[in-house]
Design a binder for this molecule. Structure first.
Ligand code: TYD
Ligand code: MG
Length: 454
């Protein structure tokens, strides 16, 4: 048995014989950690005579059959869509997310919705704890087998015997491989265990879901290499204090990475939200100042989201700026644009911004709705609930066009909105089309003020 001390970069997995302050491969500072590696067996590599007669020989690409990929229904339409149409046999899927977000719940639900053998491996919870969770979900599958084990070899032996439709590992950070001798959760262990799981899934054609914890910085714990090994990387996100959860594709070898799935955490587990726009808009009809609707797009789906702003005089010296679900610096930029281009006095006011449902929005088309909410709260004017907005705002106050504007208009009209505001630029394509919703074009933020006071 040979053991040696090696240093690994936490970010990219680069290896070094000594500690280094700055990783030469990814350029990050202070990311090297020490690990003891013990390899029990060293495989001899040989290209010599004994390898003759090996069945695994190169084949011509034209001889490879191209059967359509067979996919397994996971029982959840949202998850199926995020995976690109279902679970591919022999694939390996990594699900990351913060503790308590609902990763174990989602996976247990998948296991319980199947009608065939499923192996659910937990290194974190006891079988009784999992049973308690299953009781809440109120769906049962007698062929769902629970294994509380952390040794990857033992797990794979059980999996081979059971021959399940899928294996679920909760979580990769608890597994250990007897081949390497560092603590569970360390980079070497995580990497080795994932590699063994991958070999298993490719050889048996049984798909494996791996749950992975997320580090403080938001990456999946363990090196980035993990993301290279697996076929699909999903991220389960949401605010712990809100019940909405978004499942996002980070990488997908069998489908698009633009898809998202939306869930709602309830007493009986995660419920799918098929009609997200209707959920994210508060139902009361009366318009309140500071509240507007943005016609945004998340993934490939249009999503109408409510944005709320509260602008009020600062009582204690320094005005506060606070934002939930939207970039604070971008908010500062939008406020500066309103001050400079429209002469609106935000200076001595506290500004609070909130995106409904605890959702984080990266789509810049939400700018226009935020600007409208800010104006509405500052000047205490109501913006009709039947209006919605889709436009990016530039530094000189111009309203910029956004992608797939027709899709946004269609969603607004489907949900019964009366008016949608978009950019004047590149709006020719929608000019001649008929929609049930009135389309108003704006070229700069002043135009928005005119519309509000019309
Ligand atoms: P869990 O799946 O344990 O999260 P993770 O595996 O990502 O750490 O989910 C934990 C939260 O979900 C917990 O706060 C309780 C809540 N929950 C419900 O609200 N309803 C349910 O039916 C279940 C099973 C959990
Ligand atoms: Mg869990």
């Amino acid at each position: 048995m040979k053991s040696k001390i090696t240093f690994f970069c936490k970010e990219c997995g680069a290896e070094s014989a000594k500690w280094i302050g700055k990783c030469p491969s990814c350029g990050q500072w202070n990311t090297y950690v020490e690990e003891v590696i013990t390899k029990t067996s060293t495989t001899k590599r040989s290209w010599g005579a004994e390898n003759k007669g090996d069945k695994n020989i190169p084949i011509s690409i034209s001889e490879i059959g191209s059967e359509p990929i067979k996919r397994i229904n996971t029982g959840s339409a949202e998850l199926n869509r995020v995976l690109g149409g279902g679970l591919v046999r022999g694939s390996i899927i990594l699900i990351g997310g913060q503790p308590g977000i609902g990763k174990s719940t989602l996976m247990l639900q998948v296991a319980l919705y199947q009608k065939s053998n499923v192996l659910y491996v937990s290194g974190e919870e006891s079988a009784e704890q999992i049973k308690l969770r299953a009781d809440r979900i109120r769906h049962t599958n007698p062929a769902c087998y629970i294994l509380t084990e952390t040794n990857v070899q033992t797990i794979l032996q059980s999996a081979q015997k059971l021959s399940p439709t899928m294996v679920i590992i909760d979580s990769i950070q608890t597994l250990e491989s007897p081949h390497v001798e560092s603590t569970p959760g360390s980079i070497t262990q995580v990497r080795e265990c994932t590699a063994e799981l991958q070999r298993f899934s490719k050889e048996t054609n049984i798909p494996v879901f791996i749950i992975g914890h997320i580090t403080k910085e938001g990456g999946i714990a363990g090196p980035k290499i993990l993301e290279h090994i697996v076929d699909v990387v999903l991220q389960f996100e949401g605010d712990q204090h809100y019940a909405y959860r978004i499942l996002r594709t980070i990488k997908n070898r069998f489908g698009s990475t633009d898809e998202i799935g939306i869930y709602h955490m309830e007493e009986g587990g995660l419920r799918e939200i098929n009609n997200p726009s209707e959920m994210l808009i508060s139902p009361e009809d009366s318009a309140l100042s500071g509240s507007t609707i943005a016609a945004s797009i998340e993934g490939l789906r249009p999503l109408l989201i409510e944005t709320q702003a509260l602008v009020s005089p600062a009582i204690y010296g320094n005005p506060q700026r606070s934002s939930t679900g939207f970039d604070l610096r971008r908010l500062a930029m939008l406020v500066a644009v309103l001050e400079k281009r429209c002469g609106l006095p935000f200076g001595q006011n506290d500004i609070f911004l909130n995106i409904a449902g605890g959702i984080k929005v990266a789509d810049p088309s939400i700018d226009l709705a935020i600007i409208a909410a800010l104006i509405s709260s500052l000047q205490n004017v109501h913006i009709p609930k039947k209006w919605c907005f889709a436009g990016e705002v530039g530094l000189s106050g111009e309203i910029r066009p956004v992608s797939r504007v027709e899709q946004r208009i269609a969603e607004a009209s489907r949900l019964g909105f009366e008016q949608i505001f978009i950019s004047k630029y590149k709006s020719d394509s929608v000019k001649h089309k008929k929609f049930d919703v009135k389309v108003t074009v704006l070229s700069k933020v002043d135009d928005l003020l005119t519309e509000i006071y019309r």
